[in-house]
Every structure is written in structure tokens, then in C-alpha cells.
Design a protein around this ligand. Structure first.
Ligand code: FMN
Length: 351
């Protein structure tokens, strides 16, 4: 049993979180992680507010344990945060923006986790009142920044008092033990949980991940406009060769307008407002680029299209060689971490 400030804060058994992953973290995967003693987090990026509410209902039918939602603070976020608050979701995890809702979540007894990839952002999130921060290293799937976990986590841990959840490159018990040594209170795993029996990721990409080495990911802005890491595949090679798909991005901007139910004048007004609102507000163009990445990611994850589809994945793919159940995985990671921590003393030669 590994009890840390993370397990105590969230009322969970093991200091292991299922990273919020758009398309991947469906209610089944979230609930199975919670029922195995971890912290399941449901990513809401693909949902309308109504779909989000429906998915929360499904999660609650499958587990009575604490779970979280991941909300990207871009257009549509206020409505989703409102749903999270109305539904009293135990843990609200936000990314890419400044939270305005921390007091409201605290008011019903919920906790807030800020996702960060820079030490100064971890400090800012803690100052704003976050209960914990996820600190994401360069190794991570999707949007890590320049510093690796090995460097970033201790720097952040020296700078903030709230519990740190280490993300980026963690896939086994040695990694969990290392994260604890670096000053974190637990880990968040994305890539590792994609390679489990319960995960809906298409078999074609599961197989490609199992065959991949630690060198087989690419870090580029071409996927959705932000620097991000994806599994090397025919799809990523094609995107890198061709550059960013402008036509797809324009189509995606149109889809965003429809999802937000905006008239063209409203759409243009909102785009202008966003583009001039400073670094905390995302430009519509950035969202359109993300939309184009979304189409590619859905082709990869749901259809297993290796030619056109892409899969965000971290360097951890190189260390993952099997597809266990979530329960087997969590139990294995905890047991291995306990064993690693216990064996460290005997490793050091005494003179
Ligand atoms: C397919 C996929 C989708 C993701 N979607 C999101 C998302 O919607 N929101 C978010 O904050 N992070 C997202 N991430 C990043 C993960 O939350 C996490 O930071 C990352 O997987 C951790 O690194 P690891 O893969 O090395 O464990 C995504 C990652 C993957 C693989």
C-alpha cells in the first residue's frame, strides 16, 4: 500500500491517475481505473455540455469512487465547468488557461488540479488555489513542453507546497518510485493506460505501440498547431511532409462554429475577441488547427487508419510490451514501486 498526500487528498487507494485523454477516456475506462483504486479522469474535449452530463451519469452508474473531469479552458469551457459544478464532480482538472471556478468547486467539497508543463505555471496554479498540480515533462504524449520529467519535477516540487502529480514518461513501478523520489506524490499515466484491455484504442495502433521503441515518437507542431508528441506512423510522416493541412483547419473552424451554435457575425466577433484577448485566450485559428488534428486522431483511435490517422503517444511506448487489464496494471505498478523503494537501500554498497 503506497499512501501519499495524493491518495489522502482524493480519497483513493493508489497514487496513480488515469490522465485525461480526449477520445480515449470513456466512462468505462474511467470507472475501471477508479474501481481498481486509482483516479480515473474523463476528458471532456470531445463533448458538448449535454454529452458531458450524460457521460458523468454513465461514470456514476459504474463506480461510486471519486473521479475527475479534464476540461481544456478554450471556447466552450465555461459551459462545461458549469456542468462539472452542477454535477458536483469530485475532481476538476483543467489545462491551458486560468481557472475562475476554484472557489465554486471548493464550495461543494470538490478539488481542483491544474495541469502544467512549466515550473512557473505550477507555482501560479498553486497560488490561485489549486489543491494539486500535474507537472508534465517533455516525454509525454500530446502537449509536454521542453523540460523532461527528470528535470522539471524536482524544480516544481521545490517551488510549490501542494501535492505534485508527475506526468510524462511514467509506465511502471520504477517510474512511480522515481517520481516519489523527485518530490511528486504520485503519477499520471496516459500512454500506459491506452495499452490496456479495457481501452478502446484500435488494435492497429495498439500493435504499432507495442512494436515501437522509445525513439519512435515525433514532437512537432504539425498535428494541431501546438508542439505535441505523437507515435511515429505513416500518418505522422505524411503530415510532416505535407505541412499543416490548411483545408482541414478551415473545415474544422466551420465545425467549431456549428458546435457553438454561432451565427457568422457572432463567430467573427468571437474570433476577433479571442485573437485580441492576450495569451490566456486561445485564438479561433488555434482551435481550428486543433480541430484538424482531431479529425486525424479520431481516424487513428476509432478506425485504426494507419495511413491517415495519428495517435498522440509518449516516449513510454518504448517500455510497454503488453496489454494487461487495468487492475493487473495498477497492482503491478504499485507492487513494483514498493519493491523498488525497498531495494534501494540494499543497492547502495556500504563500506
Ligand atoms: C490520445 C491522447 C489524448 C489526450 N488528450 C488530452 C486532453 O484532452 N486533455 C489533456 O489535458 N491532456 C490530454 N492528453 C495528455 C495526457 O493527459 C497526459 O498529459 C500524457 O498522456 C502523459 O504522458 P504519458 O503519455 O507519457 O503518460 C492526451 C494524451 C493522449 C495520448
Amino acid at each position: 500500500m503506497l499512501t501519499t498526500r495524493m491518495t489522502e487528498l482524493f480519497g483513493i487507494e493508489h497514487p496513480i491517475m488515469l490522465a485525461g485523454m480526449n477520445w480515449i477516456t470513456d466512462p468505462d475506462l474511467v470507472a475501471v481505473v477508479c474501481n481498481a483504486g486509482g483516479l480515473g479522469v474523463f476528458a471532456t474535449a470531445r463533448c458538448t455540455p449535454d454529452e458531458m452530463r450524460e457521460n458523468l451519469g454513465m461514470i456514476r452508474k459504474l463506480t461510486t469512487r471519486p473521479f475527475g473531469v479534464n476540461v481544456i479552458l478554450r471556447a466552450g469551457a465555461p459551459e462545461k465547468i458549469k456542468v462539472a459544478i452542477e454535477e458536483k464532480v469530485p475532481i476538476v482538472n483543467y489545462t491551458l488557461g486560468k481557472p475562475w471556478f476554484i472557489d465554486q468547486v471548493h464550495a461543494y467539497g470538490g478539488k481542483v488540479i491544474g495541469t502544467t508543463a512549466l515550473a512557473k505555471h505550477a507555482v501560479a496554479a498553486a497560488k490561485l488555489g489549486c489543491d494539486a498540480v500535474i507537472v508534465t515533462g517533455h516525454e509525454a504524449a500530446a502537449h509536454g513542453d521542453k523540460a523532461t520529467s527528470l528535470v522539471l519535477i524536482p524544480i516544481a516540487a521545490s517551488a510549490v507546497k501542494v501535492p505534485i502529480i508527475a506526468a510524462g514518461g511514467f509506465y511502471d513501478g520504477r517510474g512511480l518510485a522515481a517520481a516519489l523520489s523527485l518530490g511528486a506524490e504520485g503519477i499520471s499515466m496516459g500512454t500506459r493506460f491506452m495499452l490496456t484491455k479495457e481501452c478502446l484504442l484500435h488494435e492497429n495502433f495498439k500493435k504499432l505501440c507495442l512494436a515501437a521503441t522509445e525513439q519512435d515518437t515525433v514532437y512537432d507542431t504539425v498535428f494541431d498547431g501546438m508542439l505535441g508528441r505523437a507515435l511515429k506512423s505513416k500518418g505522422t510522416e505524411a503530415m510532416q511532409k505535407r505541412g499543416f493541412p490548411l483545408v482541414e483547419a478551415f473545415k474544422a473552424a466551420g465545425q467549431i462554429r456549428k458546435v457553438l451554435k454561432l451565427t457568422y457575425p457572432q463567430f467573427i466577433a468571437m474570433s476577433f475577441k479571442m485573437m485580441t484577448a492576450g495569451e490566456d485566450s486561445a485564438s479561433l485559428w488555434a482551435q481550428a488547427r486543433q480541430g484538424a488534428g482531431t479529425v486525424r486522431a479520431m481516424k487513428g483511435i476509432y478506425e485504426g487508419d494507419l495511413e491517415e490517422g495519428i495517435l498522440y503517444a509518449g516516449q513510454a511506448v518504448g517500455g510497454i510490451n503488453d496489454i494487461p487489464t487495468v487492475k493487473e496494471l495498477i497492482e503491478r505498478v504499485v507492487a513494483e514501486a514498493e519493491q523498488t523503494l525497498a531495494s534501494l537501500h540494499s543497492k547502495v554498497r556500504k563500506k
